[in-house]
Design a protein around this ligand. Structure first.
Ligand SMILES: Nc1nc2c(ncn2[C@@H]2O[C@H](COP(=O)(O)OP(=O)(O)OP(=O)(O)O)[C@@H](O)[C@H]2O)c(=O)[nH]1
Ligand SMILES: Nc1nc2c(ncn2[C@@H]2O[C@H](COP(=O)(O)OP(=O)(O)OP(=O)(O)O)[C@@H](O)[C@H]2O)c(=O)[nH]1
Length: 442
């Protein structure tokens, strides 16, 4: 099920990072083999009561002048409007209301998105509440007082946030159409791919990075089957600041990935694969989505008989955390191999939702254990009792063992490889949970 996205918008220094950290706290998922993704804290998984959501911080750059602050806030707000399900508009009771707050509030009010007005740095309700009432003037509803630094009022705020989430049953679950997100750095050809698939120029394409407009979903029928493409190309802004553009492209990707079943991770063949590609791909990997690596602009590079192999090696090296993903070499310009994407998408979705019978899994495990002895420590050897698949999207397995501590990452990886040898599961990550059980499992 897709997770709602909650975005924090606010002027510099109102406490966005502090709020972000307070909410994300220990919940930030740390996936050690995914580079960069969790380091720069642009987004994090948060859960409150029984609801989970993805929190994004749209801000981060220190602007020099007032004009820049306002224009930058507008950009942030626009990003939030485009990508988030709920927007937290953060203000600062110590600084009080400023002009930029009102302008941004107007903009948020005109959007159809739910906005919560959060007033930060209310470290003492008694002392600051009178000042909080001033924020009613923004005309975007009741101000919610919080202190991010001392974690006051956050629970009440979160209660309000989750009220706006779709109820479990109302979500997109019933929509059977495959949802495909096209993600990647600016200018790699995301819109061009959609356009070519669509067979007509409906999205504006340009040579300048970040020129396509809002994210739009495009329905495409192929072979009598309907696919929904989630286009993340649209950075409205033409930012000159590289870091900012990268931040926004990551926020875009997060929001698109949440809504997708399968992700096309587009890489520019001319530029080659970079660390920024790894960061973006990591988002899809972390979230357990189906993934296809699409090397685009294949028409534009000079090739000999070794080129594809060299590319493959380089992609595998930089994206080493997702060896399960297939690589496709395409051209949005000539249309080369684009049609094959559909079969690949179908296959990846099938793999994401594949269930393996418990009996078969246990046969594989027994055989694997016989071939390679499980690790031991201080005279105690790991025993594996039982394995079963508990869910799909991504396929998730639980392994019951005598002692969790003995289950090395490398042994789990070994079992994963055995399962993949038997069933492929191409295009999807697999998740494993290790549980302890007292002797005599089966
Ligand atoms: N008293 C008080 N100070 C706070 C609170 N939350 C944040 N601050 C302080 O406000 C300052 C700015 O906090 P940040 O979280 O860096 O603000 P930001 O909005 O992320 O700032 P930018 O990165 O510039 O956009 C820091 O000195 C924080 O310690 C709070 O609840 N109470
Ligand atoms: N040679 C070649 N150029 C391509 C191909 N696909 C896209 N381009 C060019 O690459 C540039 C960027 O293409 P877009 O489709 O706008 O890229 P995007 O990823 O949507 O870009 P943003 O909107 O900035 O995120 C344009 O100049 C395209 O003409 C391709 O297959 N081959």
């Amino acid at each position: 099920m897709s997770k709602p996205v909650v975005a924090i918008v606010g002027r510099p220094n109102v406490g966005k990072s502090t709020l972000f950290n307070a909410l994300a706290g220990g919940m930030i998922s740390i996936v050690k083999d995914t580079p960069g993704v969790t380091r720069d804290r642009i987004y994090a998984d948060v859960s409150w009561l029984d609801r989970e959501f993805t929190l994004v911080d749209t801000g981060g750059i220190e602007p020099e002048s007032k004009d820049i602050i306002l224009s930058q806030m507008r950009e942030q707000a626009q990003i939030a409007i485009d990508t988030a399900d709920v927007i937290l508009f953060l203000t600062d009771v110590r600084q009080g209301l400023v002009d930029a707050d009102s302008k941004v509030a107007d903009m948020l009010r005109r959007s159809a998105k739910p906005v919560l007005l959060v007033v930060n740095k209310v470290d003492s309700f008694e002392k600051y509440m009178p000042d909080v009432y001033e924020f009613y003037n923004l005309g975007i509803g009741e101000p919610l007082p919080v202190s991010s630094a001392s974690r006051l009022g956050l629970g009440d705020m979160l209660d309000e946030v989750i009220k706006y989430f779709p109820k479990g049953e109302e979500s997109e679950e019933e929509d059977e159409r495959p949802r495909v997100a096209i993600i990647g750095k600016p200018n790699v050809g995301k819109s061009s791919i959609i356009n070519k698939l669509l067979g007509e120029q409906r999205v504006i394409v340009s040579d300048i990075a970040g020129t396509t407009r809002d994210a739009i979903d495009t329905d495409i029928v192929y072979n009598g089957k309907e696919y929904v493409f989630i286009d993340t190309a649209g950075l409205r802004r033409k930012s000159k600041i590289k870091e900012e553009l990268e931040r926004y492209s990551i926020i875009r990707a997060v929001s698109a990935v949440e809504r997708a079943d399968v992700v096309l991770m587009v890489i520019d063949a001319v530029e080659g694969v970079t660390e920024q590609d790894a960061k973006i791909a990591g988002i899809a990997h972390e979230r357990g989505k189906g993934i296809i690596i699409v090397v685009n602009k294949w028409d534009a590079i000079e090739k000999n008989d070794k080129t594809m192999r060299e590319y493959e090696n380089e992609v595998r090296r930089v994206l080493s955390f997702m060896p399960y993903a297939e690589i496709m070499y395409v051209s949005a310009h000539t249309g080369q191999r684009l049609i094959k994407l559909y079969d690949m998408i179908d296959m990846v979705i099938a793999n994401q939702t594949m269930r393996v019978a418990t009996g078969v899994l246990n046969e594989i495990m027994t055989e694997a254990v016989a071939m390679q002895q499980p690790p031991s420590d201080k005279g105690k050897r790991l025993k594996l009792y039982y394995i079963t698949q508990v869910s799909v999207k991504p396929p998730t397995f639980v392994i019951f063992v005598n002692d969790k501590e003995l289950m090395h990452f490398s042994y789990t990886r070994y079992l994963e490889n055995k399962i993949r040898e038997a069933f492929g599961f191409c295009g999807t990550s697999l998740k494993f949970f290790i549980r302890e059980r007292k002797e005599k499992g089966r």
